[in-house]
Design a protein around this ligand. Structure first.
Ligand SMILES: Cc1cc2nc3c(=O)[nH]c(=O)nc-3n(C[C@H](O)[C@H](O)[C@H](O)COP(=O)(O)OP(=O)(O)OC[C@H]3O[C@@H](n4cnc5c(N)ncnc54)[C@H](O)[C@@H]3O)c2cc1C
Length: 390
């Protein structure tokens, strides 16, 4: 699908293409050297190392359609943009609600990728119903610090994180959402214990984090005590839009077709099979429809609105499409995919992508849950879109 871009957006598209051709990852290049050079070149472009940041904080300050151009052009490349937790999730909260001191203290290190952040929202017993969270922060008598106790769960990359942004409960009175406070603290300190959780695909990405009597200075509180819910919630819609990964699915679908063209099937190739092609075509049609939904959401954002309920449609359909493509990848690998745990080597006679396809498929199941479970997104869509249509 191609949309009519304005002259400026088209100019940016050509500039991004030329930049990627020159600087994006080439297999075999020294990764460390490449990273440093890439960041220097991207920063010199006026903030392409922090593409989602506004101009006043050093980003390119792009319009929604320019972001679309960037996402689409970069989807097929390996870029050192690093973990989204600091860059995409915490940074906008600090820009909007953090003090000047907090912005000066944390944003440069996030931009330089010096500090890894993790997101401490979910708890055992507080996932979809996040306002049920119980991790408690008690203000000291002299008002200088909080003492935090509780357990966070599913904390992605907590095992390699330097800092955590954490939702804590500071009050039980009033609405549950009102007593939540947003705190920042280092992970490497006594009182923090990180336990790995190994997921279905055999990966270690998520963790349980026990927090015991951890002291957090009041200057590490973002905004006002009790208002943390408001800060955290606004960003969830952006998180959902990102998880949809529409441009990445376009690239993944093209890669799937390429794989199917190389797999032997009967007297020809798998991609010659009408049944397989029909499944690919069905995903392609849905993906095209989702691209239009993404464009509608960008148009609304360009007109001044934030991501609305369409971010739930994007998250729900986007993750379903990712999973359908992953499943077709397993189908293309056939029985060879089943041996994925037994050996790191491709099985003789099988396609080289068999192991990856199974790992991606199993790992990809989590997308139904993270960033807001599918059932919850369906509820949001019903309440905000379908209900009013009668
Ligand atoms: C791979 C992965 C990474 C994650 N990373 C992080 C992270 O870095 N930081 C973090 O804070 N959290 C993280 N999470 C947690 C994630 O946000 C939660 O798993 C999610 O919010 C769902 O919560 P839950 O697991 O407690 O499930 P629950 O909320 O208990 O849901 C269980 C089931 O009940 C359904 N359900 C719940 N409520 C309703 C309802 N009202 N109506 C209909 N159905 C409902 C759900 O759809 C789901 O099927 C991660 C999760 C995963 C899987």
């Amino acid at each position: 699908m191609d949309i009519e871009l304005s002259a400026e957006d088209r100019a940016l598209q050509l500039e991004v293409r030329a930049f990627l051709r020159e600087h994006a990852f080439v297999p075999g290049s020294d990764p460390q050297k490449w990273r440093t050079q890439w960041f220097a070149a991207a920063a010199a472009k006026g903030g392409w190392d922090v593409p989602k940041w506004p101009k006043q904080f050093g980003g390119p300050g792009w319009t929604p359609s320019q972001h679309y151009v960037w996402d689409k052009e970069t989807a097929g490349y390996t870029l050192p943009l690093d973990s989204p937790f600091g860059l995409v999730m915490l940074a906008p909260i600090l820009m909007a609600y953090g003090s000047k001191e907090q912005q000066q203290r944390f944003l440069p290190d996030i931009r330089a990728r010096k500090v890894n952040w993790c997101q401490g929202y979910s708890e055992p017993g507080a996932g979809s119903d996040l306002a049920a969270l119980k991790t408690r922060a008690v203000l000291s008598a002299d008002g200088t610090h909080y003492v935090v106790n509780g357990t966070k769960i599913w904390t992605s990359y907590a095992h390699i994180a330097d800092w955590i942004f954490c939702l804590t409960r500071t009050s039980d009175t009033g609405k549950r959402q009102q007593g939540i406070t947003f705190l920042l603290f280092p992970m490497q300190q006594p009182g923090i214990e990180v336990k790995p959780i190994i997921t279905l695909g055999g990966r270690h990405a998520v963790n349980m984090v026990h927090i015991t009597d951890v002291k957090v200075p009041v200057e590490n509180r973002v905004g006002t005590e009790g208002e943390g819910w408001t800060y955290a919630k606004g960003l969830l819609q952006h998180e959902r839009t990102g998880i949809a990964g529409v441009s990445r699915s376009v690239v993944a679908l093209a890669a799937l077709k390429e794989k199917a063209r190389g797999v032997k099937y009967g007297k020809g190739k798998l991609f010659d099979d009408a049944g397989f092609r029909a499944k690919v075509a069905a995903v392609e049609v849905d993906l095209m429809a989702l691209e239009f939904t993404e464009l509608r959401s960008l148009a609304a954002a360009a007109a001044g609105g934030g991501p609305g309920p369409e971010s739930s449609i994007l998250k729900l359909k986007g993750t379903e499409i990712q999973q359908r493509i992953q499943k077709l990848g397993v189908e293309a690998a056939g029985l060879y995919a089943a041996a994925w745990r037994k050996t790191a080597e491709p099985i003789a006679g099988g396609p080289g992508f068999a192991r990856d396809s199974m790992e991606n498929y199993l790992g990809g199941r989590a997308a139904t849950i993270f960033g807001g479970a599918s059932e919850v997104q369906r509820d949001v869509i019903w309440k905000n879109v379908l209900k009013n249509r009668g």
